[in-house]
Design a protein around this ligand. Structure first.
Ligand code: HPA
Length: 262
């Protein structure tokens, strides 16, 4: 039985001890080597990958997203549940709330966003009508029902290049464009996952209101503090999701991509 499930932990989610029998794995990919942990949860093997490194040493714009997704693909992973810390552009989504994201807008600038660069991998244009796996999202919403936390069903994640926070003018622009949340990591993670044929869904934890809505200047410490206060809920959210994901995939995430060679 392969490792079918993976958690990609974002800011504030570095602790793999939610899993038992932990071991470390180093996976060699064509894009670089990836160290991750593998453990067990409810009898099922689960890979745990902290996106920013175990000690938050890799900033959002320098994460090797391709290596991370290729490593999960090589392990045999089919489904990825990711966490992200985000700012909110709307008073409806408040610090401490969770959002099961359903759309994104890409404002990144300098990232390689695809596996398909011609050559051996070919040229592929992938459909993103439904960017996040609907089956995973459904199970996440059910898991959320048991939690003492506000969970929004759907929200549009604007991904910025970072690592700086936004200006108030940028936040106003994102509001006008329909963006609810702002973060620095979901793209190209979500797009690469789809290209690799993996199901991918994200729960975003709102840590602050965006610049200009927030009454105080933004700091990474503030983000970490809110994540620390809410990490138990986020953990329960992810752990409530994993065992309830159907074994057979009924979604199209595995078919919509070109045949990625890893
Ligand atoms: N902007 C971008 N990324 C973030 C924010 C924010 O306000 N909060 C947490 N991650």
């Amino acid at each position: 039985m392969g490792i079918r499930l993976a958690i990609i932990g974002g800011t504030g989610v570095y602790d793999p001890r939610i899993l038992s029998d932990l071991r470390e794995e180093e996976v060699r990919t064509a894009y670089g080597d990836v160290r991750l942990r593998v453990g067990t949860y409810e009898g099922e093997e689960v890979a745990f990958l902290p996106r920013h490194g175990a000690k938050h040493s890799v900033p959002p714009h320098l994460i090797n997203y391709r290596a991370n997704i290729a490593a999960l693909k090589l392990l045999g992973v089919e489904r990825v549940i990711a966490t992200t810390a985000v700012g909110s552009t709307t008073l409806e989504m408040k610090p401490g709330d969770c959002v099961v994201v359903d759309q994104f807008i890409d404002f990144t600038k300098n990232r390689v966003g695809t596996f398909f660069e011609g050559g051996e991998q070919g040229v592929v244009h992938t459909d993103f009508t439904e960017p996040y796996c609907p089956e995973c999202r459904k199970v996440m919403k059910q898991a959320a029902a048991d939690l003492p936390v506000v969970v929004h069903d759907g929200g549009c994640y604007v991904c910025t290049e970072g690592p700086r926070f936004e200006t108030p003018a940028e936040i106003r622009m994102f509001q006008k464009l329909g963006g609810d949340l702002v973060g620095m990591t979901n793209v190209p993670e979500v797009t690469l996952a789809r290209e690799a044929g993996l199901c991918y869904a994200t729960v975003s934890m709102v840590t602050n209101f965006g610049a200009g809505i927030s009454l105080t200047p933004l700091t990474h410490e503030e983000v970490l503090e809110v994540m620390a206060q809410n990490s138990e809920n986020l953990k329960r959210f992810v752990m409530g999701t994993l065992p309830n994901l159907p074994r057979e995939r009924g979604c199209t995430c595995g078919h919509s991509a070109g045949a990625l060679k890893v």
